[in-house]
Each structure stands twice: as structure tokens, then as C-alpha cells.
Design a protein around this ligand. Structure first.
Ligand SMILES: NC(=O)C1=CN([C@@H]2O[C@H](COP(=O)(O)OP(=O)(O)OC[C@H]3O[C@@H](n4cnc5c(N)ncnc54)[C@H](O)[C@@H]3O)[C@@H](O)[C@H]2O)C=CC1
Ligand SMILES: O=C(CO)COP(=O)(O)O
Length: 297
């Protein structure tokens, strides 16, 4: 099969590496890369199976400016919620192609480990079962895949866990201990499930790889960019400087704000996301964590 990847960041390159094991994979990014299979945008858009691996915040403008509908399907590999429009990515993509040509990728998967061909498990979610199964065939044997039809569950899990990972990094950066971190992660899981179920997600998705799996991974490892943002905030470093040094996307920074807006509008209880948004705007981390973890919080 032939697959075209849009986005040459860490995740786009890792997926390209994985797909290239058994298939013809082409990768396009705005900055040319010296890797086998690098292709022009035109060549990539001509592939029947596309994978979108750019940050969530650029989805709208990228599709408007570049997407040409030739009947291709898209597997969305970004994990975030648009901070300006406050809508899920499936709604943004649905403006450009029908939902039966859309699928979403989620699950615990650091690009750096996929690049080393380490065992990984991923979920492909689509309202079109046969499309999910087609994308499944692209993955090599070191990646175990599962399919389901819970698109909103996959999206909310992938986006929300980044916000909880920032909180967890802050908790560890402040050296508040393992008890505190475990309680944040567990409460974070409940919080993200409540948010997702409100928008139609299945609760069971949050107990599996997309939810608990990716949350546990991201909220407990310095390999996570979002967790590292949290560590930086705990050490009272300015956000701008943290992001500049990171040099890669940390989706939770934007998704926290989107969740708070959507939660406020819909009357959903999102205490951890709210405190993360406050800390990103300058609230002292110790004060925020006390508000979250103390008896009166
Ligand atoms: N790195 C990882 O381990 C994983 C990342 N993801 C998700 O995949 C998405 C992409 O992440 P990474 O590749 O890791 O980020 P990255 O920061 O490594 O790369 C992002 C890429 O997007 C490009 N880009 C940024 N704005 C652009 C624009 N306006 N137009 C065109 N290109 C633009 C950058 O030049 C860069 O090549 C994120 O939503 C992330 O949450 C999902 C699973 C794992
Ligand atoms: O989504 C990821 C792993 O599943 C990557 O997390 P970070 O973006 O925090 O590095």
C-alpha cells in the first residue's frame, strides 16, 4: 500500500519509519528533510491513504491553504483541541472530507521509542470500520493495533492527557511526592472521562490504551514534552522560555485553554485543566497545587 504523511516533526518521522517497514511511505514537510521517501506536497496528496501529523493548532489553516480533495482518506495523528475555535479536530476535518474517510490515531506512543522499533500499542478509531482496518495493515509487527468507532473518546483522551501531564510535571517539579502525583493522575482520568462522555465518548475508551494508557505514559515520563513543560513551570521558568528551549510542540499548553472554555460553556467540572490554565497564565504553581490537593481545594 502507499501512504502519504503530512508533517515531518517527531511523530511524522516515526510513523514514516514504521510504515516504511512493509509499505511505500512518502513524507512531506514544509522544511525539506534528507530522508528516503521525502516527497512534495503534490506527491503526498496523490496518495490514497494520508496521515496528518502536524500540531492540532495548525489543522484549520493548513487544510484551508493546502488540502485538495482527491478522494483520499486521512488518519489524524495529532492530539489536541483547537484553542481558537474550541472544536474537536474531527469537526475541523469534516469541513473538508466526509467522516467515512476519517480515522484517528491514539494510544501510548513516544515517537523516540517507535523510532527504535520498541513494542508499542495503538488504537485506530473511525466511524468507518473497514477504513480503520485498512490503516491497521500499514503498521509493522512491533506495533500492535486495535480498532474501534469511538472517535470522540480517542480525541478527548489524546488531547486531555497532555494537560494532566503538565499538572503531573508540576507536581513532580515541586517534589510533592508519589502520593500526590498518583492522585492527580487518577483524578485526571476521571476528569477527562467526564469531559469526553459529555461530548458523546464511551467511558470504556478512557480505561483502555487511548485514555489510561496514554495518560500513565505521558504523565510519568521526562520523555513527554508536556510533562517537561510542567517541570519548567514548577521551577518558575517563564513559559515562553520553556517552549523556546523545548523546540517541539507541547499541545497541552493550548488544549488546557480550549478545555476550560468548552467546559465553562457546557457546565462541565474541569478542576485540573482550570488550574493548569491558571498556571500557564502565571499563577504560582505551589498555590495551584495546594488548591487542587489540599482538603479545602
Ligand atoms: N512526538 C510524539 O511522541 C507524539 C506526538 N503526537 C502528536 O503529533 C502531533 C505532532 O507532534 P510532533 O511531530 O511530535 O511535533 P514536532 O514539534 O516534533 O513537529 C511539529 C512539526 O510541525 C511543523 N509545523 C508547525 N506549524 C506548521 C505549519 N503552520 N505548517 C506546516 N508545518 C508546521 C513543524 O515545522 C514541525 O516539523 C502533535 O499533535 C502531537 O501531540 C502524537 C503521538 C506521539
Ligand atoms: O502523545 C505522546 C505519547 O503518546 C507524546 O507526548 P508529548 O507530546 O507530551 O511528548
Amino acid at each position: 500500500m502507499e501512504v502519504g504523511i503530512i508533517g515531518g516533526g517527531k511523530w511524522g518521522q516515526a510513523l514514516h519509519f514504521a510504515f516504511s517497514k512493509n509499505h511505500k511511505s512518502r513524507l512531506y514537510s514544509r522544511t525539506p528533510k534528507h530522508i528516503e521517501g521525502f516527497a512534495s506536497l503534490e506527491e503526498v496528496l496523490a496518495c490514497p491513504l494520508l496521515v496528518f501529523a502536524l500540531p492540532a493548532q495548525v489543522v484549520g489553516e493548513w487544510l484551508e491553504a493546502n488540502f485538495v480533495d482527491k478522494g483520499q482518506s486521512i488518519l489524524v495523528a495529532a492530539k489536541g483541541i483547537d484553542v481558537r475555535k474550541h472544536i474537536f479536530l474531527n469537526e475541523m476535518f469534516a469541513k473538508h472530507l466526509p467522516e467515512n474517510r476519517l480515522a484517528f490515531l491514539s494510544g501510548p506512543s513516544f515517537a523516540a521509542e517507535v523510532m527504535r522499533a520498541l513494542p508499542t500499542a495503538l488504537v485506530i478509531s473511525s466511524h468507518n470500520t473497514s477504513l480503520a482496518q485498512t490503516y491497521e495493515k500499514l503498521f509493522p509487527s512491533f506495533i500492535k493495533t486495535y480498532t474501534n468507532d469511538d472517535v470522540v473518546g480517542a480525541e478527548v483522551s489524546g488531547a486531555y492527557k497532555n494537560v494532566i501531564a503538565i499538572a503531573s510535571g508540576i507536581c513532580d517539579g515541586l517534589e510533592l511526592g508519589n502520593n500526590a502525583r498518583a492522585s492527580l493522575i487518577a483524578r485526571g482520568l476521571v476528569e477527562m472521562a467526564r469531559f469526553g462522555v459529555h461530548f458523546g465518548a464511551k467511558e470504556s475508551s478512557f480505561l483502555g490504551l487511548s485514555g489510561a494508557g496514554d495518560l500513565f505514559l505521558t504523565a510519568s515520563s521526562t520523555l513527554s514534552r508536556n510533562y517537561r513543560v510542567g517541570l519548567g513551570l514548577a521551577h518558575l521558568r517563564p513559559l515562553e522560555q520553556i517552549l523556546k528551549e523545548l523546540g517541539e510542540v507541547a499541545e497541552g499548553v493550548y488544549t488546557a485553554k480550549a478545555i476550560v472554555s468548552m467546559g465553562t460553556k457546557e457546565g462541565i467540572y474541569t478542576p485540573i485543566a482550570k488550574e493548569v490554565a491558571h498556571m500557564l497564565e502565571g499563577k504560582p504553581p505551589l498555590e495551584s497545587l495546594r488548591d487542587l490537593l489540599s482538603q479545602n481545594g
